[in-house]
Design a protein around this ligand. Structure first.
Ligand code: SF4
Length: 76
């Protein structure tokens, strides 16, 4: 699994940091900071999924292992 964040979308709700404190924290302004883009344990991966589900702004995108890679032309 790989975690990608689009910080421009972050509203500073902080739910990610509460759901997955080993993966996310809030900066001084309350916006998300990614601590670990490649969670390896099942526990961290579950927390990443919970954080992505809870995030109200779609900031957190999870790329699961084995997912097709979008070459950028819309064809996967
Ligand atoms: S839950 Fe989403 S909107 Fe809230 S701080 Fe985390 S990334 Fe930002």
């Amino acid at each position: 699994m790989r975690i990608v964040i689009d910080k421009k979308k972050c509203m500073g709700a902080g739910l990610c940091a509460m759901a997955a404190p080993t993966l996310f924290r809030q900066d001084a302004k309350g916006f998300v900071e990614l601590l670990n883009a490649n969670p390896l344990t099942a526990e961290d991966q579950a927390a990443a999924r919970e954080a992505a589900d809870l995030c109200p702004s779609g900031t957190i995108v999870l790329i699961e292992d084995g997912a097709p890679v979008d070459p950028g032309n819309g064809v996967t």
